[in-house]
Design a protein around this ligand. Structure first.
Ligand SMILES: [Zn+2]
Length: 159
């Protein structure tokens, strides 16, 4: 280790040293059969799909293979959801970090789509943070270009 790599943070903190490093970490993971179908429908048809558990009478979105309540296989029980839903909870992101999808401040909301029983987390835009209310109706706005992720819904905005 050379002294160039280890440096004191500043003059006030004599025992506080940092090292600069770089980490390149390309990776892949399988989105799964359920996750792939969900993203492809979002990307190619601008449709939001969920899965229904007929035993529990619950619709899950984003979809999952197995019911979290009764462990029933849900992989063939596709349902199309509305692109309109309501805010069930929210927070205001105020810190800036390179991995975040927006420049803060922005609202990250839990949105329960009409016809779904579980909320999904997404960006709520088009309304100032101080005006966001639980129960407000919002609509998905699809992205102009695909990223092959949940961000193919660019954000939600008030109806
Ligand atoms: Zn179930």
């Amino acid at each position: 280790m050379s002294e160039k790599e280890l440096r004191q943070v500043d003059d006030k903190h004599e025992h506080c040293y940092v090292m600069d490093g770089k980490l390149a970490l390309p990776y892949q993971y399988f989105a799964g059969r359920i996750g792939s179908k969900f993203i492809i429908a979002l990307r190619d048809k601008k449709k939001i799909l969920g899965v229904r558990c007929n035993k529990c009478d619950k619709v899950f979105v984003p979809p999952r293979q197995t019911c979290e309540r009764c462990f029933e296989d849900l992989s063939e029980n596709w349902v199309e959801l509305s692109d309109i839903g309501e805010v069930t909870n929210f927070t205001v992101v105020r810190y800036d970090d390179g991995h975040l999808p927006r420049k803060p401040p922005y609202v990250l909301a839990l949105i329960k789509l009409d016809g779904a029983d579980t909320p999904m987390a997404h960006i709520l835009d088009g309304v100032p943070p101080e005006k966001v209310k639980i129960g407000m109706k919002v609509k998905a706005v699809f992205a102009a270009e695909t990223t092959n992720t949940l961000l193919d819904i660019d954000h939600f905005e008030p109806v």
